[in-house]
Design a protein around this ligand. Structure first.
Ligand SMILES: Nc1ncnc2c1ncn2[C@@H]1O[C@H](COP(=O)(O)OP(=O)(O)O)[C@@H](O)[C@H]1O
Ligand SMILES: [Mg+2]
Length: 420
């Protein structure tokens, strides 16, 4: 672990300084998945940081530890989906064939599914309206556009699906991957954004012309907006506005349902059986985003298990400093035969610098969030797309927690110093 390593190295150099370096507590994910009280794990973070990978790896590890697990993936890379036995985007949890052998001994079981956002939306409509009405909505072009493209729909549907999976009581652990949003916060904001949208100006604006003509329309939306509305009507055409109007009319009947469900899932996430994992890459932007998210979870009183710092680059030869490696490479550069050794030394120097930078960022996070446990996961040499690679990631995630970190009271003050 990079955190532990940095402490022991600093400790050798200067014991007094070691105490002032901020380190995060280790995130004990083996304990999190072994705890039968853990019923839901939500992996969130900005796009591309490894949410899907970490979700799948953790699900496999939990099943191997004996849990009955379903992992809901959102956008698995094709090869990862294949390894998980996923061929269809159809909301149906299926057995992961290759995992059966791995989980047999423990009695655990792994299922995986890919979220079909549109199908989930359709199911809500079907569940909350009369069949004829449901058909009317489902066929409505505006609904079709909204259900497949509205920003936040995917986040909202992920929550919705989680609520549904939980209701069945079929699994004792549900691991949820979250959509590839620009911001991790989108996931928590989705239910509110959805109801704001359904209530919002835009919807009123779009639906009003069909509801009320002429003067009445002005009354509903105001003069300024009415001009805007007319422009939109021109662009979109009268037919679409009619569609919207019908859609909103039909939606009125389901409105309460939407709100209630969003609230119920939101409340479910707050319960102690839920564990949020924030996934971040050891890069300034990703960690800044992770910080916002950690703060937001705490504001919303959501149970945060900790941060997974994914794709770190610990050096395998930490005793050889970047400077010394670089110097040695320069000495060798004059001789042609040592070209390979020189380039290896340069690669090592580069890696040591990356490692140092990543540790600086980790310390900065630790000083801002001293109580948030962190689990570093090294970058694998290749993309993670089969069960063997997932297991390796799982091993890093669940490796036993060894070193206790030093008390952090003095560290908090001193650690604001190291900045990247
Ligand atoms: N620890 C890791 N080592 C190497 N590659 C990784 C690691 N974690 C994720 N990846 C790769 O990074 C890419 C993005 O990961 P993914 O889990 O799809 O991110 P997200 O779901 O956050 O968008 C994938 O190709 C995945 O195989
Ligand atoms: Mg993903």
């Amino acid at each position: 672990m990079s955190g532990a390593r940095s402490v022991s190295r600093s400790a050798k150099a200067s014991p007094s300084r070691a105490r002032t370096v901020a380190t995060s507590p280790a995130l004990d994910l083996a304990a999190v998945i072994a705890d039968p009280g853990t019923r839901i794990i939500v992996c969130c973070g900005a796009g591309g940081v490894g949410k899907t990978t970490i979700s799948a790896a953790l699900a496999l590890a939990a099943a191997e530890a004996g849990r009955q697990v379903v992992v809901m993936t959102i956008d698995p890379a094709r090869r990862l989906a294949q390894s998980l036995g996923l061929k269809h985007l159809d909301n149906t949890p299926r057995d992961v064939p290759a995992a059966a052998e791995l989980t047999a001994a423990s009695g655990g079981h792994l299922q995986a599914m890919m979220l079909d956002m549109k199908r989930t939306f359709d199911e809500i409509v079907e569940a909350h309206s009369e069949p004829a009405r449901a058909r009317q909505i489902l066929e409505n072009p505006f609904y079709q556009a909204l259900s497949s493209s509205f920003a936040g729909t995917q986040e909202y549907m992920a929550m919705e699906k989680l609520g549904q999976l939980r209701e069945t009581g079929k699994w004792d652990l549900i691991i949820v991957d979250t959509p590839p949003s620009r911001s991790a916060l989108d996931f928590l904001d989705a239910p509110h954004r959805m109801s704001r949208f359904l209530d919002g100006t835009m919807i009123r604006l779009l639906s009003a012309p069909a509801r009320a003509g002429g003067r009445a329309y002005l009354k509903v939306v105001g003069a300024g907006l009415a001009i805007f509305g007319r422009i939109i009507a021109k662009i979109l055409g009268g037919q679409l506005l009619k569609d919207v109007s019908h859609f909103v009319g039909a939606l009125d009947t389901m409105f309460g349902g939407f709100r209630q469900r969003a609230q119920a899932t939101y409340d479910l996430l707050r319960q102690p059986g839920t564990a949020f994992l924030v996934v971040a890459a050891p890069e300034p932007d990703a960690l800044r985003e992770a910080s916002y998210f950690v703060d937001r979870l705490s504001t919303d009183q959501m149970p945060l298990a900790g941060l997974v710092l994914n794709r770190v680059h610990p050096s395998t030869v930490p005793a050889l400093s970047a400077g010394r490696a670089e110097g040695a490479a320069e000495n060798l550069a004059s001789s042609r035969t040592d070209v390979v050794v020189a380039s290896l030394l340069r690669i090592h120097a580069e890696r040591m610098r990356t490692d140092a930078q990543e540790q600086r960022l980790a310390r900065r996070f630790a000083s801002a969030h001293p109580d948030v446990p962190v689990r570093p996961v090294p970058a694998a040499a290749q993309d993670v797309h089969d069960l063997t690679a997932l297991r390796e990631i799982g091993d890093h995630l669940t490796a036993p927690v060894t070193a206790r970190r030093p008390r952090k009271t003095p560290a908090r003050r001193a650690s604001s110093r190291p900045t990247a």
